[in-house]
Design a binder for this molecule. Sequence first.
Ligand code: 8QM
Length: 399
Amino acid sequence: MNETLDIPELDLDPYAEQHLLDPYPMHARLREAGPVVRLKPYPGVVACARHEQVHAVFNDHATFISGAGVGLTNFDLETPFRPKSLILEADPPLHTQTRAVLSRILSPKAVTAIRATFTEVAEALVERCVAKGSIDGIHDLAQVYPLKVFPDAVGVEEHGRENLLIYGDMVFNSMGPRNALLARSAERMVPVTEWIMAHCRREHLRPGAFGDQIYQAADAGEITHEQAPLLVRSFLSAGVDTTINGIGNALFALAHHPGEYAKLHADPALARPAFEEALRWESTAQTFYRTAVRDCKIAGVPVAANIKVLCMLAAANRDPRKWPNPDRYDIGRRPSGHVAFGAGIHGCVGQAVARLEGEVVLTALAKRVRRIEVAGPHTRRLNNTLRALDTLPLRLIPA
Ligand code: 8QM
């Protein structure tokens, strides 16, 4: 008897253009079909779209491992497109060691130390946007800000930073199937790989910055010198495209909810919850996979060893079992428990930096801008993992 026959199967490809453009109807279908669902186009996968199961899978890292990749590809069967990340695509005990180093570099104390600079840059950038009046929310704000502050903090030079956008697109496309999106990214990546690798090396990193601190940890014997460049690479992989789209999606949410923006303008201290709610409402990273290491159960449903478990963070973050009026963007909500940063031992190690960026950008806007108007149709940048915008025409009405 094939036990997987008990699991509802949907003939649906989450990576089809229609679902990447508007994933929410698909999320509802997946949640309603059951706690664990099979997808006809991907026989080696089961999907969880409800909050309870996504949370449970993330919190059982011994059964649902990351070392075989957190995308669709099983790294035990196929070669990854890049050497495996020593933190994202690793399990204890390796993960425990590398995580300790990154977690210290990105500690609350470190975040406090960068706060003043991050705030100044946000205020100056918002000032320039207000002076322009009509802006593209993505190209003039959401992209510019993280691309300035984060590589500065890591210690990467200014020249060539646009390569980080091409790299980010590739990293997140590579977690999906080998579709046209991945092929296009891979093509654009060819002239960029060399630059990325070079900028992970110590001689290219500003002394004292986050990147150099990885090498200091190697000097101290906490990790090896061979591991250091790959851990710097994790900053470059995880720290740019994510925050760009977190901020871009927050601008989208606020532009489309003038009432919520009015509350933020009236009380700029709401910037942090407004950003947090945007993460719940439009989760930047829509999906991550785990790999079952043994025959096991999710919500009582049998799942066989080596099955890839698709955790749909964005669907969990709008699960009506967890959230009242889940489709409503409401900055008065306290969305704690959302899984936009994941959960468990792999929960985003940089989340304090991401929150800082979101907070200071939205605070600067709230103080300086009375109203944000949609000035034309937006366009999406389709990606196998990220919820991303390409353009977002806005008009900023000054306070
Ligand atoms: C996603 O390379 C890495 O270590 C890495 C890449 C992407 C992420 C995290 C880590 C979750 C933002």
